[in-house]
Design a binder for this molecule. Structure first.
Ligand code: NAD
Length: 483
């Protein structure tokens, strides 16, 4: 599905660069016209995206199904609903977001008027991953358009059907000097990264995030890095165990575990461990089927997105089992259909790959803990997670786990749903990301907050201009002491 002209091969890398140069120049020439557009014009663009999605819902379902057999209801909830919510939220609030915000003066600035103006970053680049290929490409695009930017979009090469759909959708809605889609893989991404974008919004792995940040440094481009890592779950003895098991099962195996904020590993209090494991198993059976055969045939269970990632899952599972992990449920694979059953691992050694790398698939290791302190120590020994989950009934336990750890986002007594809250920022911290997205925070990511101070001829500062006579020195002394 990747178009010939833009497919990454060693022979056409020059063609990719030429195309990137051409589009970048065209967008640069159009940048000011887009930047000075008013809220009404931008809202019209957002409405056209909304209408396209509503009219072409079936095409979106089909593309995601063709890519990794994503069940339609999951596409509705985790791809379309998020994007349409973002659009509606932006349409509703854009005028207010764009409004110049007055800033109150301090005593020394009483004769001035200060304000914050939101100006678009300008030429922006969005690089997206494969795991929510529609959501994670169109979501940031909504914010970029709302903020008044011209945009180059590079979706993932691993979801060719959704990428082709996005290409057609955006070509239908926008001239390429405003929004352009680049199919292709790493070479295309690198050709784009060579250009002096004003902002780069990257969603992907921490290792590629470092490459993006280095490329951005070359032009001092600002970056938003939406990265990943291991997202831990604490299940305390005070938790509602049945509720926790249901939510973990949903949060883990939605999108086949290929969610940046999916529960990556569980730490369950030993006093509730057996009860929790029984509940987890029964929720897997309830959601996807009572037997392995039922689960394989379930229309509600997706697939690993690519052959490469399926092979990676197999390697992770095999190596973890070789090191002594026990398969509590699942572990069945079929490379041809890229199937991997919902799999829970217990007694997992800490040096097993499922405990050292982000899993990003349907494997779930579970540890037994003696106390929440043990879980906190475990979390703090690793990188700061993108998401951390706490299931507990005691508010003291919840407070302690929040106070003593750091994470991009946290959801208490639920999983994943913090992502969908339009008034909460979404993003990581250090290894799990820089900056944030969604709603107003997404608009801000694609805007520069320009500080403007207005003054007039009655400027007290003039009293402090040279020559520094004794009188001027006395004034400076008074100002620096009392203002
Ligand atoms: P990835 O980092 O391999 O690829 C992401 C994008 O970067 C793709 O478009 C790819 O073409 C491009 N890319 C890959 N290598 C590159 C290179 N050397 N130079 C330039 N560009 C390059 O990530 P992925 O495998 O597509 O996605 C999985 C990762 O993304 C996981 O770590 C996951 O946690 C993370 N993720 C984070 C979020 C979030 O919102 N924080 C959301 C989804 C996924």
């Amino acid at each position: 599905m990747i178009t010939e002209a833009l497919k990454d091969t060693s022979t056409n890398i020059d063609a990719i660069r030429t195309e990137v140069d051409r589009v970048f120049a065209a967008q640069s020439a159009n940048r000011l016209a887009v930047a000075t557009s008013d809220a009404k014009t931008r809202i019209k663009k957002l409405k056209s995206i909304l209408k396209w999605i509503e009219t072409n819902r079936q095409k979106i379902y089909d593309a995601l199904y063709a890519d990794f057999q994503k069940p339609f209801p999951e596409t509705d909830l985790t791809e379309i609903y998020y994007v349409t919510t973002e659009i509606k939220h932006a349409i509703h609030n854009l005028k207010d977001w764009m409004r110049t915000k007055p800033v109150s003066p301090t005593l020394a600035y009483l004769t001035t008027r200060a304000e914050l103006r939101y100006e678009p970053k300008g030429n922006v680049l969005i690089i997206a991953p494969w795991n929510f290929p529609f959501n994670l490409t169109i979501g940031p695009l909504i914010s970029a358009i709302a903020a008044g930017n011209v945009v180059c979009v590079k979706p993932s090469e691993y979801t060719p059907n959704t990428t082709a759909l996005i290409r057609d959708m955006l070509a239908e809605l926008f001239a390429e000097n405003e929004v352009a889609v680049f199919e292709g893989a790493v070479e295309t991404s690198q050709a784009l990264l060579a250009k002096p974008f004003h902002h780069i919004f990257f969603t992907g792995s921490p290792s590629v995030g470092k490459i993006i940040m280095k490329a951005a440094a070359e032009h001092l481009s600002t970056v938003t890095l939406e990265l990943g890592g291991k997202s831990p779950v604490i299940v305390d003895e005070s938790a509602n165990i049945s509720d926790a098991a249901a939510k973990v099962a949903w949060g883990k195996w939605t999108n086949n575990g290929q969610t940046c904020i999916a529960p990556d590993y569980l730490m369950v209090h030993e006093k509730k461990y057996d009860e929790f494991m029984g509940q987890l198993k029964s929720h897997i059976e309830k959601f996807y089927g009572a037997t392995e055969e039922d689960r394989r045939n379930s229309p509600d269970y997706g697939r690993v997105a690519s052959v490469r990632h399926h092979a990676r899952m197999k390697e992770m599972l095999d190596e973890s089992v070789n090191k002594g992990a026990n398969v509590f449920i699942g572990g069945k694979m079929d490379a041809d259909s890229r199937y991997l059953s919902p799999t829970v691992l217990t007694e997992v050694p800490q040096d097993a790959p499922v405990m050292t790398e982000e899993i990003f698939g349907p494997l779930l290791p579970v540890m037994k803990i003696k106390s929440v302190d043990e879980a906190i120590d475990h979390i703090n020994a690793g990188e700061k997670p993108l998401a951390m989950y706490v299931f507990a009934g005691k508010s003291k336990t919840i407070k302690k786990s929040l106070d003593h750890t750091s994470a991009g986002t946290t959801c208490v007594n639920d999983c994943l749903v913090q992502y969908l809250h339009p008034n909460l920022p979404f993003g990581g911290v250090n290894n799990s990301g820089h900056g944030s997205s969604h709603g107003y925070f997404g608009f801000k990511a694609f805007s520069h907050e320009r500080a403007v101070l207005r003054h007039n001829a009655l400027a007290p500062m003039k009293l402090m201009y040279p020559p520094y006579t004794n009188f001027v020195k006395r004034i400076i002394g008074l100002v620096t002491k009392y203002f």
